[in-house]
Design a protein around this ligand. Structure first.
Ligand code: NAD
Length: 249
């Protein structure tokens, strides 16, 4: 059965691509939206089920957000499911961060999702239906050493999601956040590799996770696909950790 069109920011990334595969398999035509059009098109070309299209998107640039959503609407139809998954960070002690680093982290992880939600929501309100799923992080729920600004951005994203859920409930639109814990992706591994204690941290984390391993993108994607589905129609304003039990709150 065909389902609504989904737009996934950061769709060419590790978790984003897994989300696109899960959504397309569930019947959602997917706009795979990412910085590199080529990478987005490669992910889109590999989608089974409802398939999809690659779209160039920089969430930090209002003109790019406008163009990406417009292109997705023209090629696939109105956006019924918005998944904000684009994200970025580097491990840095707070005292080693500066204005430029903070601005970059906040733009990509918080202002970007707010910007694209503002662009997509009016159409959902008009159609009295829609799903917003924001990929935050357990760092935003419980904090994470060396990730102060990122934790602030992701915590902000969780609070933003809850407020959108409250404001949009009367329009039949739900908004929920999924919080991955440490997940084996290039982003996580690049950050760990760049840190002198990276390998120790990876081992310690795996040991601290009750289910005994780091996550993989395929652990996160089904949670997003469920929250995007009709079956999740009575769930809104929630924050779901997918972290092997690392956090329980
Ligand atoms: N890997 C983890 O351990 C982990 C843990 C918690 C949360 N997360 C979150 O999950 C999401 C996906 O992370 P991942 O590990 O798959 O990383 P990833 O680097 O594989 O994917 C992130 C994607 O976002 C894209 N992106 C970055 N800046 C962008 C911008 N300005 N506009 C559009 N796209 C942009 C990148 O090109 C990349 O494809 C992120 O939001 C991340 O914060 C990851």
């Amino acid at each position: 059965m065909p389902r609504g069109v989904a737009l996934v920011t950061g769709g060419a990334g590790a978790i984003g691509a897994a989300i696109c595969r899960a959504l397309a398999a569930a019947g959602h035509p997917c706009a795979v939206a990412d910085l590199s059009l080529e990478a987005a098109e490669t992910v889109a070309a590999g989608l089974a089920g409802a398939g999809g299209r690659g779209v160039a998107l920089d969430v930090t640039d209002p003109a790019s957000v406008e163009a990406a959503v417009a292109r997705s609407e023209t090629e696939l139809g109105p956006v019924d499911v918005l998944v904000s998954c684009a994200g970025w960070d580097e491990f840095r002690a707070f005292l080693d961060t500066d204005e430029a680093f903070s601005a970059k982290v906040l733009e990509i992880n918080l202002a970007g999702p707010i910007r694209i939600t503002r662009r997509v929501l009016p159409g959902m309100v008009e159609r009295e239906a829609g799903r917003i799923v924001n990929v935050a992080s357990d760092a935003g729920r419980v904090g994470s050493s060396m990730e102060s600004v990122y934790s602030a951005a992701k915590g902000g994203l969780v609070a933003f999601t809850k407020t959108i859920a409250r404001e949009m409930a009367r329009h039949g639109i739900t908004a929920n956040a999924v919080c991955p814990g440490p997940t084996d992706t290039p982003l996580f591994n690049d950050m760990a590799d760049a840190s002198p204690s990276g390998e120790r941290m990876r081992t310690a984390l795996a040991r601290a996770i009750p289910l005994g391993r780091l996550g993989v993108p395929e652990d996160v994607a089904p949670a997003v696909a469920f929250l995007a589905s009709d079956e999740a129609r009575f769930i809104t304003g929630q924050t779901l950790s997918v972290s092997g039990g690392l956090t329980m709150c």
